[in-house]
Design a protein around this ligand. Structure first.
Ligand code: 8YV
Length: 328
């Protein structure tokens, strides 16, 4: 029997690869090389499905060169690496991995907020450098988290997870800004109040970014927005690089326009703006918000399940687009 061929574009859990290999002929990138666009396009040749991990660009050029392609399953909830309209026009199913990473990512958002507000990494560097010789009343005195006001920009599933932790776990006052308001029931559950972006920036003690990346959300936080924030405020970005103007942020941190920032994502990552590396009041992590073993396995499994169900039964589990003529 001729087996359908698929491409797994980055290294994934071997046991998930085994599941895929029991259904398909698999070309996998277990060496975890970062392929160029032309290499990815070349490797796609002859493949009807592909598993990507959030950074491989699926655009019109790749689709045109690969008319045999039927589905690309992203192992990520964010899908700004997909040109979804082009995929729909080419009859290619797009899928992502929502839900399975929501709580883990919200946990990390909170961890990054705590590390930033309470200056955890900065103080650890100080200790490791052998500089801790005595107690001082203001040594690494940071910003209060419990009882303070958190402003969440982007109130999807992860934003709501942050809001619940903030309101129910830390007694915080939660305000949020989003393209659309939550239902009154969800607002009550999250104890969250909808405000305009300007009010949020001016009143929040901590600003948390959880908004998906798009042309409209590019530089949601730039010099003008940073100027609105309190000088004591912290900014946390667990969304996507490009939501924040990193050069403007580095400047604001250097001059004390805001107190501190926690960043898990960067413009042009894995490159990090050199000025961010120079300022002490920023906590930097390498895009690991969803990185627990359990969650990353669940993400890989869901991406694989999307490939299996779509290619064997024509039904994706977590579709991002509806193709013309697809079963309702
Ligand atoms: C992924 C993420 O680790 O799900 C997302 O959107 O940003 C992360 O969980 C990353 O995209 C690689 O797949």
């Amino acid at each position: 029997m001729n087996q359908a061929e698929i491409l797994v574009a980055r290294a994934i859990f071997p046991e998930v690869l085994d599941v895929l290999s029991s259904h398909f002929k698999v070309e996998s990138n277990q060496a975890d090389e970062v392929w160029s666009a032309s290499e990815l396009t070349r490797r796609m040749q002859g493949k009807v499905g592909a598993l990507t991990t959030g950074s491989e660009r699926i655009d019109a050029a790749l689709l045109q060169a690969n008319p045999q392609l039927k589905i690309v399953a992203n192992m990520a909830v964010g899908f700004n690496n997909f040109d979804v309209p082009a995929m729909t026009a080419a009859g290619v199913q797009a899928t992502n991995t929502p839900d399975v990473l929501t709580e883990t990512t919200a946990d990390f958002g909170f961890a990054l907020l705590m590390a930033t507000a309470r200056r955890i990494t900065e103080s650890e560097h100080f200790l490791r450098a052998g500089k801790w010789t005595k107690w001082s009343y203001d040594m690494f005195a940071g910003a209060e988290v419990h009882g303070s006001t958190i402003g969440i920009i982007g109130m999807g599933r992860i934003g709501q997870g942050i809001a619940r932790r903030a309101a129910h776990g830390f007694g915080m006052n939660v305000i949020y800004h989003n393209r659309s308001r939550l239902s009154p029931e969800l607002e009550a559950e999250c104890k969250a109040r909808y405000v305009g972006k300007q009010e949020l920036l001016q009143t929040a003690d901590h600003v948390m970014l959880v908004v998906p990346y798009s042309a409209e959300s590019h530089h949601t936080i730039g010099a003008a927005e940073l100027a609105l924030m309190k000088p004591t405020a912290t900014l946390v970005n667990i969304a996507r690089g490009g939501i924040v103007d990193d050069a403007a942020l580095a400047k604001a941190l250097a001059v004390g326009q805001i107190a501190a920032a926690g960043l898990d994502v960067f413009e042009g990552e894995p490159q990090v703006h050199p000025d961010l590396l120079k300022v002490p009041n920023v906590v930097l992590t390498p895009h690991i918000a969803s990185a627990t073993v359990k969650t990353r396995r669940a993400m890989a499994q869901l991406a694989a399940d999307n490939l299996v169900t779509y290619l064997t039964r024509g039904q994706a589990l977590t579709p991002l687009n509806t193709l013309p003529g697809a079963a309702a």
